[in-house]
Design a protein around this ligand. Structure first.
Ligand SMILES: [Zn+2]
Ligand SMILES: [Zn+2]
Length: 128
């Protein structure tokens, strides 16, 4: 943790925390956190992802995105991501449980909490 600047790390975490329902590519973070250099941001983001503070979101037809993740609550719920704009939401643990139970009743599968569901967010549905 001493290998990189703590203040810059704080800036990056707080940026993700204030936009916890959005995911960003490293380049978007660079645009939004002018306090840190590009190389530093790349390095800090990969550390944060390893430490469980950021969730890696892939397969949106864009580059790899990252989203804020609360290491104490996020492992307990599922997430859903919009395939149109990439917005991603934290499902509360009650909703996650309901989905898990419904799927388990229907076909016996146990869904893992790290599952990321795909869908179309309310904002994008409004534009359809
Ligand atoms: Zn979460
Ligand atoms: Zn959307």
């Amino acid at each position: 943790m001493t290998a990189y600047n703590t203040k810059q790390k704080e800036c990056i975490i707080s940026f993700f925390r204030t936009h916890s329902n959005c995911c960003y590519t490293a380049d978007e973070v660079i645009d939004n956190v002018p306090e840190a250099s590009k190389a530093t941001i790349y390095r800090i983001i990969s550390h944060l992802a390893e430490d469980g503070y950021l969730m890696k979101v892939q397969g949106m037809g864009r580059s790899v995105c990252y989203q804020y993740c609360n290491p104490s609550t996020c492992p307990e719920h599922m997430h859903i991501i919009c395939t149109k704009c990439g917005a991603s939401f934290h499902l509360d643990s009650e909703t996650s449980q309901r989905v898990r139970r419904a799927v388990s009743d229907a076909c016996g599968f146990e869904i893992l909490n790290e599952t990321v569901l795909k869908g179309i967010c309310p904002e994008c549905r409004g534009k359809l």
